[in-house]
Design a protein around this ligand. Structure first.
Ligand SMILES: [Zn+2]
Length: 267
């Protein structure tokens, strides 16, 4: 189930073969934050590996409204590598704090809320079955003449109305529970990988696909004299993660000690 859903997601990121047959580790994951398009990965036989680059697919195209959003693939690799190894180090040293950040960030469902939804599903399902039995009963009463047609029709209508509302409520709650479960599953995946990795020496396709959902390459800002490209990395299920400073970590640890129950995932 976990693997399946992840694989389904990954299938959406199908890789388009390039002229040279070379692909980037990030194909399918890169987006332009300004126009929302997927930038093109440019490779050619005349280009060396360190010259391969990305640029917005709306740049100077016929409509051409977007800026270039240029970045070399090797530079992007370096940025992503640093982000992943930084995250892995942080998870290894401060797992509790990391869980706390995830819980806050994703609004992971609290235990109380989860229990309430489960109750709604159980009670609602029971009540729906009960109404079925009541409906059967009024049918019998009407057939045997105890209940007039007029009364029967009114009662039936009211039962059916109530049942319909309950069914909607049960189905909504089930959906919310299912979504929460999926979120936790994705978060677990995000957690498991850094835990299992002892030392990241290089990026692999699996590592990138497991940990990263989206990469946004901003347009380069040359105002400072040298070229600086801002890259936003969205991790699986968690989005952007800023590694906190020592001081922030201490403050969070204090908060965790005060409300330990509040920041645990429900699964
Ligand atoms: Zn663009």
């Amino acid at each position: 189930m976990i693997i399946k859903s992840r694989v389904q997601k990954l299938r959406k990121h199908r890789r388009r073969p390039t002229v040279t047959g070379r692909t980037s580790l990030f194909s399918g994951l890169v987006y332009c934050p300004d126009c929302g398009a997927k930038p093109h990965f440019r490779t050619a036989n005349s280009l060396k590996r360190n010259q391969e680059f990305w640029r917005c697919s709306n740049y100077k195209s016929r409509r051409g409204e977007c800026a270039i959003h240029y970045i070399r693939d090797v530079v992007l690799e370096k940025i992503v590598f640093e982000a992943i190894s930084g995250l892995a180090d942080f998870v290894k040293c401060h797992e509790t704090v990391f869980l706390y950040i995830l819980a806050k960030k994703t609004n992971a469902m609290r235990q109380k809320e989860h229990k309430k939804l489960q109750q709604t599903v159980e009670q609602g399902t029971r009540r729906i079955a009960e109404i079925d039995r009541l409906i059967e009963k009024v049918f019998e009463q009407n057939a045997s003449g105890i209940l007039s047609d007029e009364r029967f029709s009114k009662i039936l209508q009211s039962y059916e109305k109530g049942q319909k509302a309950l069914m909607q409520e049960v189905s909504d709650s089930q959906k919310t529970l299912q979504e929460a479960k999926q979120k936790v599953t994705d978060l677990r995946l995000l957690l498991r990988t850094p835990r299992e990795l002892t030392d990241i020496t290089e990026l692999t396709q699996t590592l990138v696909n497991t940990l990263i959902e989206r990469i946004e390459v901003h347009n380069n800002d040359k105002s400072g004299g040298h070229c600086y490209v801002k890259v936003d990395i969205y991790f699986t299920a968690a989005g952007m993660i800023d590694i906190p400073t020592e001081q922030e970590i201490l403050a969070m640890m204090k908060e965790i000690q005060e409300n330990p129950q509040d920041f645990r995932f429900v699964a």
